[in-house]
Design a protein. Structure first.
Length: 255
C-alpha cells in the first residue's frame, strides 16, 4: 500500500479535462461547494419525497435562508478564478498521492479540524457578545433540523469555522488532490451532522445527527463537535442521544 497510487487515473483525468483550473484556488473552493450541495440535495429529496418530514416549500425556505448569500459569493469567486488572471496558483504534481500519504493526511485533516473547530465552538458559546450577535444566527434553527441548517451561519462565523475545519490543508503542504478530497469530505460531514437522520455506519465514525439535534435543544455545552465525537468524549461534553419517531417535531431525546 505504501507506494501504490490508486487515484492516479482520477488525478490524470482531472488534469486532462480541467487544465489550469486544477491549479486555481477555485478548484478547492469547488470541492467545498460540492461538499455542501451533494449531501444537501440528497437529504432534501429524502426530507420532501421519502420521509415527508417537510414540504418542498419549507425545505426551499431553509435553503434560501442559508445559501442566498454563500451561493452568490461562490459564483462571484468562481468567475474571478476562471476569468481574471491572478498571480496566485497552486502546485499541481503530476503524480497522485500515494495511498499511505492519502490515508495519513485524511486522518490528520479530520483530527485537526475536529480539535480546532470544537474549541472554537466552545468559545462561541462562552463569549456572551459573540454568542448573542454571531453564533445565535445558527441556533435560531431548532430540531428537527434541515441539512441546510449547517449553512445558516453569520458570515463572521462562516469564515472562522471554514479556517478551522480546513486548517490542516491550509497550513501544511499536502497534495492538492488530497486537499480537495478532504475539503469535500469535511464539508459533507458537517452538513450530514445537521440532517436529523440515523445513519448507522456514519454514526459509528462521525458526530451523529441525534447528538447535534440535542446540542440545538439545550443550553449547556453538549455534543459540541459537528465532525467527530473524539473531543466531546475527551473533554466531557459528549452526551448520548437517541432518535425516536412519535412526533416529527420532537424526534430527539437524551439517551
Amino acid at each position: 500500500m505504501g507506494d501504490d497510487r490508486t487515484l492516479q487515473p482520477a488525478w490524470d483525468f482531472l488534469q486532462a479535462h480541467l487544465g489550469g483550473f486544477v491549479g486555481s484556488p477555485g478548484f478547492l473552493l469547488t470541492a467545498v461547494v460540492l461538499g455542501i450541495y451533494v449531501p444537501g440535495i440528497i437529504f432534501s429529496i429524502v426530507d420532501v419525497v421519502v420521509a415527508k418530514r417537510m414540504t418542498a416549500k419549507e425545505c426551499g425556505a431553509v435553503y434560501w435562508r442559508a445559501m442566498k448569500g454563500y451561493g452568490t459569493v461562490y459564483l462571484v469567486a468562481l468567475a474571478v478564478f476562471v476569468f481574471v488572471p491572478l498571480p496566485l496558483s497552486l502546485a499541481v504534481p503530476k503524480q497522485a498521492p500515494t495511498d499511505a500519504e492519502l490515508l495519513r493526511d485524511l486522518v490528520l485533516y479530520f483530527l485537526v479540524g475536529d480539535f480546532l473547530s470544537y474549541w472554537w465552538h466552545r468559545i462561541e458559546h462562552q463569549q456572551a457578545w459573540y454568542a448573542k450577535r454571531v453564533h445565535r444566527v445558527h441556533h435560531t434553527d431548532r430540531p428537527p433540523l434541515s441539512i441546510w441548517t449547517a449553512m445558516v451561519v453569520h458570515p463572521m462565523e462562516g469564515l472562522t469555522v471554514f479556517v478551522f475545519f480546513h486548517f490542516y490543508g491550509i497550513a501544511f503542504g499536502i497534495h492538492l488532490f488530497t486537499f480537495a478530497i478532504a475539503a469535500f469530505a469535511m464539508t459533507a460531514v458537517t452538513m450530514v451532522t445537521h440532517s436529523g437522520y440515523r445513519l448507522p455506519g456514519y454514526d459509528a465514525i462521525f458526530a451523529p445527527a441525534a447528538g447535534h439535534d440535542l446540542h440545538h435543544s439545550i443550553r449547556t455545552p453538549t455534543n459540541v463537535s459537528v465532525v467527530l465525537t473524539v473531543c466531546d468524549r475527551l473533554f466531557g461534553t459528549f452526551q448520548p442521544a437517541s432518535y425516536r419517531r412519535p412526533s416529527p417535531r420532537d424526534r430527539v431525546v437524551a439517551a
